[in-house]
Design a protein around this ligand. Structure first.
Ligand code: AMP
Ligand code: ZN
Length: 119
């Protein structure tokens, strides 16, 4: 897809620190990390988001999750990390090409700190 930063990275037209690859995805270092470990697992195919995945592409998501686990182990955070995938403007997505954030290397705490856990 033209003008898609992640398609350009997948095509090797834009530099990125590649951490690992799989048949359907590549993992790169996020250029603006918000945690000591912050990788992005990006589908090789241009799909806009998790929400846009069609039935025929569901294996792509599974492959991305397998790569997430591999990269978590590579980065030494296999015992605890967070994954998230923003969807749409309202969901905070800024690059409209399917990707999963892998965050770790620190105590991440609750996702929504204002919420009390438990009851
Ligand atoms: P999102 O806001 O969920 O769409 O996440 C996009 C992420 O991509 C952000 O965390 C950016 O820091 C990251 N990002 C954008 N462009 C690049 C790039 N060229 N190389 C590495 N990470 C990037
Ligand atoms: Zn793309």
């Amino acid at each position: 897809m033209d003008d898609c930063v992640f398609c350009s990275i997948v095509a090797g037209q834009l530099p990125a620190e590649v951490l690992a690859t799989s048949s359907e995805a590549i993992a790169i270092q996020d250029r603006n990390p918000v945690a000591p470990v912050h990788a992005l697992v990006i589908s090789k195919r241009h799909v806009e988001s998790v929400h846009a995945i069609g039935k025929e592409d569901e294996h792509v998501l599974m492959d991305c999750l397998r790569l997430v686990r591999h990269v978590a182990d590579l980065q030494g955070v296999g015992d605890g990390y967070r994954i998230l995938s923003n969807v749409g403007l309202q969901g905070g997505q800024t690059v409209f090409h399917l990707h999963i954030h892998l965050l770790g290397g620190t105590e991440l705490g609750p996702l929504l700190p204002s919420k009390q856990g438990g009851t």
